[in-house]
Design a binder for this molecule. Structure first.
Ligand code: MN
Length: 340
């Protein structure tokens, strides 16, 4: 079978690979039908993901059909359409015992630490598969994974109706978080970004206010928009140098600040900004078994993932797809790789 492998940073190849076989643990064989390109895949390709190891078959947003099940049977049948969880964990460490496999001490993320979804077949444990709604296309179903990341962020923030929410960054991640945050019916949702176009889009998708962080003081404006209190939930979906401090400055007393970035450049932080307001600063990494939550929301009609895919490439043209993504063409929303 064919696979897309990053041999070393900036060296992407379509290679021949042994088709996986199922065993007792990896008891279902999935024929991949669509796989999304995510910022982190781009980071691994360009050598900007410190967690990744090479060579690596990348891709962690993967959907397909079950084409074989183990001889001990399965809750799935051949022909079932599924999405595969990217998180694999040891089940033994403190985090796993606390029900947080996404920060397992021995975490192995598909497409990052172990081979991922840019290949024709994957053998995985059935417990890592989630059944897709019949009406959802393979391509749209790819969007379930980025949505789980947004669900994780809102859940880490313990968002509720009484909150005033600020999302810093209105790109793919920020707009996904906006979509989920709205389901909590918070008092208001404010989006901050440096690009007017993205802010206009955020408003059209239901944000109450927009702050242009290029021209406005985000903390001052966020306080104004929340009757002087400050947002009680601030999610940093920009993850840039300086955005963490901004998030903490924005947050109101007793608020929660959620970080999602992997940047290692120090922010000019101080304890006062956290202690004086007794902020809860929490990381949100990957997702903690949130696939079923998102699939349930789709079934309930609470979220609609259609219309998010902007471009499609055959998976063996992955190089073209990544090169196109690097142009940062404004028409790019989500690029998917297709397999037939
Ligand atoms: Mn992703």
């Amino acid at each position: 079978m064919k696979a897309v492998k990053i041999m070393k940073p900036n060296d992407l190849r379509v290679i021949d690979m042994e088709k996986p076989v199922i065993d007792e643990k990896h008891n279902v064989l999935v024929k991949i039908r669509a796989a999304g390109i995510c910022g982190s895949d781009v980071g691994i390709y360009h050598g900007k993901n410190a967690a990744a190891t090479y060579p690596r078959v990348i891709g962690h947003e993967m959907v397909g059909d079950i084409v074989e099940v183990g001889q001990n049977g399965s809750k799935y049948q051949v022909g079932d359409r599924v999405i595969i969880d990217q998180v694999t964990s040891c089940g033994q460490c403190y985090a796993c015992r606390k029900g947080r496999p996404n920060v397992c001490a021995n975490l192995q993320v598909r497409g990052v630490h172990i081979d991922g979804g840019y290949r024709e077949y994957m053998a995985v444990p059935e417990s890592d598969c989630y059944r897709l709604p019949d009406f959802l296309s393979y391509e749209d179903a790819v969007m379930i994974e980025p949505t789980t990341i947004a669900v994780q962020a809102c859940s880490r923030a313990q968002m509720e109706f009484d909150d005033q929410v600020l999302i810093i960054g209105a790109g793919a991640l920020g707009s996904s978080i906006l979509r989920i945050a709205k389901l909590y019916h918070p008092r208001r949702i404010i989006m901050a970004d440096i690009e007017e176009g993205k802010l206009r889009e955020a408003i059209s998708h239901g944000a109450d206010y927009a702050i242009n962080s290029r021209t406005e003081d985000v903390a001052a404006r966020a306080h104004e928009l929340t009757e002087g209190y400050g947002p009680t939930v601030v999610i940093d979906a920009a993850c840039l140098k300086g955005s963490f401090l901004t998030a903490c400055r924005c947050a109101g007393n007793g608020g929660r600040v959620i970080t999602m970035g992997f940047g290692v450049e120090p922010d000019d932080m101080n304890q006062f900004v956290i202690t004086s307001k007794e902020l809860d600063v929490r990381g949100s990494r990957l997702q903690n078994r949130k696939f079923q939550t998102v699939i349930d929301l789709i079934h309930q009609g609470q979220i609609d993932l259609s219309g998010s895919i902007s471009h499609r490439f055959y998976f063996q043209d992955a190089k073209k797809a990544f090169d196109f993504n690097d142009t940062h063409d404004p028409s790019i929303r989500k690029i998917v790789l297709t397999f037939d």
